[in-house]
Write a protein that binds this ligand. Structure first.
Ligand code: NI
Ligand code: MN
Length: 226
């Protein structure tokens, strides 16, 4: 699997011949400048919740990539209203089958509305099971006991978790979350974008290491193999 980071909580994952783009936020993202967003490819775009730092460029990217947008039902409706044609709405519950495997929307402890206050449903994370590997995208969330359910559904190869604190889990809670989901490999996101979520990345990496886990922090614009 290949993971490409675009800064903040925007990234893509290539697995089983498909490219998934998550929470596209390029315009106004201070961590990724000088990127030609019309060159970004995606077969699917997944949205975790309605906040602007997760949906800012979704309509534009849905149109430029032709991807299927997968999102909580209320966001799916908003996308359709905004002219996005290929939309799959879902909610917390049983897994949904796609041509690459299965996706389950899971609980995220956060809030979810659009920049203009429009209700955007409940925020979610996603658990993916595919022939090329399994992974958990936490979305914006606090640490929650519900993460302990995830090993019932998937033996994970890696997780993507927010680590910046203030709006989400911090590093210490992400380490607990890694224990809850029974997977030691975590890609950290949602940090160092703005002062409230600034962290010491060396300390973060060391804290994961001290607990027998691995925190990966690819630089914006780079790709890693997982
Ligand atoms: Ni948020
Ligand atoms: Mn956010």
């Amino acid at each position: 699997m290949r993971f490409t980071f675009y800064g903040h909580a925007t990234f893509s994952i290539e697995v089983s011949g498909k490219t998934f783009l998550f929470d596209p936020f390029f315009t106004g993202n201070p961590l990724i400048k000088n990127i030609e967003i019309d060159k970004i490819k995606a077969d699917y775009i997944f949205i975790t919740h309605g906040h602007g730092d997760h949906t800012g460029d979704v309509v534009a990217l849905a149109k430029s990539t032709g991807a299927v947008c997968v999102a909580p039902a209320e966001i799916a409706g908003w996308l359709s209203k905004n002219g996005v044609e290929k939309v799959h709405g879902l909610n917390h519950g049983g897994p949904v089958s796609f041509d690459f495997g299965k996706v389950r929307a899971v609980n995220a402890i956060h809030s979810s509305s659009f920049y203009d206050g429009t209700y955007a449903g409940n925020p979610v994370g996603y658990v993916f099971t595919t022939s090329g590997g399994n992974f958990y995208i936490a979305g914006d969330t606090a640490l929650t006991m519900d993460m302990q359910l995830i090993p019932l559904w998937a033996k994970l190869d890696f997780s993507v978790m927010p680590i910046g604190g203030n709006y989400t889990m911090d590093v210490a809670d992400a380490i607990h979350a890694a224990d809850f989901v029974k997977c030691p490999t975590v890609v950290g996101v949602h940090y160092n974008t703005w002062p409230p979520i600034a962290i010491d990345t060396e300390k973060a990496t060391a804290a994961f290491k001290a607990s027998g886990k691995k925190l990966l922090l690819p630089a914006p614009g780079t790709t890693i193999e997982l």
